[in-house]
Ligand binder design. Structure first.
Ligand code: FE2
Ligand code: FE2
Length: 316
């Protein structure tokens, strides 16, 4: 299939592109098919068709690409349809899947607010050997509990500029939570519950000023790869050039986890100032596959968007 067909492709053609049926489809093109299937999967009018799209998306869990599969898990978590939950549970419990993919699956169960997964999440929160998985499960459990709590009904939250369902809601909007310094303090306080720290993170994102971005960048000093990758993700949403030096530093640091460096690469691809693109190009041959693939996909999407004037969703 030629690469220009994607906008008019049928559901089955999109499935075949996503799943690389002809074995010669570029990763970036497969991502495009995924994003098209994602928008079909979110459509309210025809849920039968939407669920077909969801099941085609989930087929991609059989692939090798860590980058693609983690995006697939993220996308399924954004569908607001519990139909996606069993696919995600299967991935969380499958220890042959990469940690980044399993993390994204657990997070997606939280985003779906899947109460039926609470027991499973609790099990992996306590017992999984990987800290990233335990922390993700902790957040997902808290998110599901929060969504079913009294607080959910009464809390005053500012409407976010971003469409994403995040691992935690922002902190409530009151006078205190408008003070950057205080939010930065909560963000970096390792004694506080992770869920609260994430809430401070998303509150800072929603404030979105240069000062708020610089406060967020202090989160890169945290020991947790999970925490740092989320800061990088938020920077990809914010697209504020003030974050670029911190993202470049993270991307260049080979002692950082692949998950963190990948997210930094994607954020630089979204910000895409003149400074970002040459840096990304220099990582096209990085030793870490997920970093290499992130640079390839980010650059390809940047070029595609600029040639077609199409806006793609922020990648996770
Ligand atoms: Fe993630
Ligand atoms: Fe990611």
């Amino acid at each position: 299939m030629s690469e220009i067909d994607i906008e008019s492709a049928s559901l089955e053609q999109l499935r075949d592109i996503l799943n690389n049926k002809t074995s010669n489809i570029t990763l970036a093109h497969r991502f495009r098919a995924l994003f098209n299937l994602k928008s079909i999967g979110k459509e309210d009018e025809d849920r039968t068709k939407a669920r077909k799209a969801i099941s085609y998306i989930a087929d991609a869990f059989a692939d090798d690409s860590e980058l693609l599969k983690h995006e697939v898990a993220y996308v399924l978590g954004q569908t607001k349809d519990l139909f996606a939950a069993p696919y995600l549970r299967d991935v969380l419990i499958d220890t042959n899947q990469q940690i980044m993919v399993r993390h994204e699956a657990a997070e997606a169960l939280g985003a779906l607010g899947d109460k039926e997964s609470l027991e499973l999440l609790q099990d992996y929160f306590v017992n999984d050997p990987a800290l990233e998985i335990r922390q993700t499960c902790e957040l997902a459990i808290e998110r599901i509990k929060w969504e079913n709590s009294e607080n959910f009904k009464t809390e005053k939250l500012e409407k976010s500029l971003y469409e994403s369902i995040d691992p935690a809601p922002p902190l409530v909007t009151d006078e205190n939570n408008s003070k950057i310094e205080k939010l930065q303090h909560i963000l970096n306080d390792q004694q506080k519950p992770l869920f609260e720290r994430y809430r401070a993170m998303f509150r800072l994102r929603d404030i979105g000023t240069d000062e708020a971005c610089l406060a967020l960048a202090t989160g890169f000093a945290d020991p947790s790869a999970l925490f740092k990758h989320e800061v990088a993700y938020v920077f990809g949403q914010l697209c504020n050039p003030v974050t670029v030096p911190s993202l470049i530093k993270v991307l260049k640091d080979e002692s950082e986890a692949g998950m963190v460096r990948h997210e930094a690469a994607e954020a630089l691809g979204s910000i895409a100032t003149d400074e970002c693109l040459p840096v990304l190009r220099s990582f096209l041959n990085d030793e870490e596959q997920v970093v290499r693939d992130s640079a390839i996909v980010a650059l390809d999407m940047y070029e595609y968007e600029n040639s077609n004037e199409l806006e793609y969703a922020t990648v996770k």
